[in-house]
Write a protein that binds this ligand. Structure first.
Ligand SMILES: N[C@@H](CCC(=O)N[C@@H](CS)C(=O)NCC(=O)O)C(=O)O
Length: 224
C-alpha cells in the first residue's frame, strides 16, 4: 500500500492546481498520475468507474476515490492537517461555514463560468457565445465585491484556508479569458498580489503557463 495519496490530474487544470497548493501547505507529497484531457483520457472506461463525473482532480487514497478539488482539499486537511487546523477547522463552526461558502462560490459560480468556456473550446472546438464571457465577468464582479466587503487578508479572515487555494487557482486561469480584469476588479487584483507573496502559489504557476499557451493558440484558431 502506498503511503502517498495518488491524485489524477493535469497541470494547467485549476482544480488540480488547488489540490497541489493544499498538499504543499500540508507538507504532503502526492503521487500524481496524469490524465491527458486533450486526448479525452478522462472518458476511458476504467477512469469512469473511479470517477463517474469524469473530471480531474480525483483522489485515490488507497482505493478510496474522491472527486472534486474542494472535497479533496477538505479531506486532505482532515487527514493530514493539525488538530482543528485553521485551513479547514473541525471545531470552529463559523469559520468552517464561511470557508464552505467561499468554496461553493468558487465551485458554483466563478469556476463554473470558466468551465463553460474551456469545455466549449477544449472539447467541442467551438467558439463560445459572447454570453459565456459576460457570465464569467459577472462572476468576477461578484467575487470582487465579496473581497471588498469582507476586507480581510485571505478569503476568510486573516488566516489561510482551503478557500484560498480554490479562488487563487480559478482566478489565475480564468482571468486569461477577461483581458482587462486587473483594472476592472482591483480587489481581486490586490488579493492575488497578496497571495503571490507566499510560497504556495508557485506550484500552481507552471500549470497556468501551460494553460495560457494552449488556450492562446485555440482562441486564435477560433478567431477570438
Ligand atoms: N468541481 C470540479 C471541477 C473539475 C473539472 O471540471 N475539471 C476539468 C478540468 S479543469 C475536467 O476534468 N474536465 C473534463 C471533463 O469534464 O470531461 C473540481 O473542483 O474538481
Amino acid at each position: 500500500m502506498s503511503s502517498k495519496p495518488k491524485v489524477y490530474g493535469i497541470w494547467g487544470s485549476p482544480p488540480f492546481g488547488a489540490v497541489t497548493m493544499c498538499a504543499k501547505v500540508l507538507g504532503v507529497e502526492l503521487d500524481v498520475e496524469i490524465v491527458n484531457l486533450l486526448n479525452m483520457e478522462q472518458l476511458n472506461k476504467e477512469y469512469i468507474q473511479k470517477c463517474p463525473q469524469h473530471t480531474v482532480p480525483l483522489l485515490d487514497d488507497n482505493g478510496f476515490f474522491l472527486p472534486d478539488s474542494h472535497a479533496i482539499n477538505g479531506y486532505l486537511v482532515n487527514k493530514y492537517g493539525k488538530e482543528n487546523d485553521p485551513l479547514y477547522p473541525k471545531n470552529d463552526i463559523k469559520r468552517r461555514a464561511l470557508i464552505d461558502h467561499r468554496l461553493h462560490m468558487d465551485s458554483g459560480i466563478v469556476a463554473a463560468k470558466g468551465f463553460s468556456i474551456t469545455r466549449t473550446i477544449g472539447f467541442k472546438n467551438v467558439k463560445p457565445p459572447q454570453e459565456a464571457f459576460d457570465d464569467l465577468k459577472e462572476a468576477f464582479a461578484l467575487l470582487n465585491k465579496q473581497i471588498e466587503v469582507q476586507n480581510t487578508k485571505y478569503m476568510v479572515g486573516d488566516i489561510l484556508s482551503i478557500a484560498d487555494f480554490s479562488i487563487y487557482a480559478t482566478v489565475s486561469n480564468w482571468g486569461f479569458f477577461l483581458k482587462n480584469w486587473e483594472n476592472e476588479f482591483p480587489h481581486i487584483k490586490a488579493y492575488m498580489e497578496r497571495m503571490k507573496q507566499e510560497d504556495w502559489p508557485e506550484v500552481n504557476d507552471k500549470g497556468v503557463n501551460a494553460f495560457k499557451a494552449l488556450f492562446e493558440v485555440r482562441l486564435k484558431e477560433l478567431g477570438i
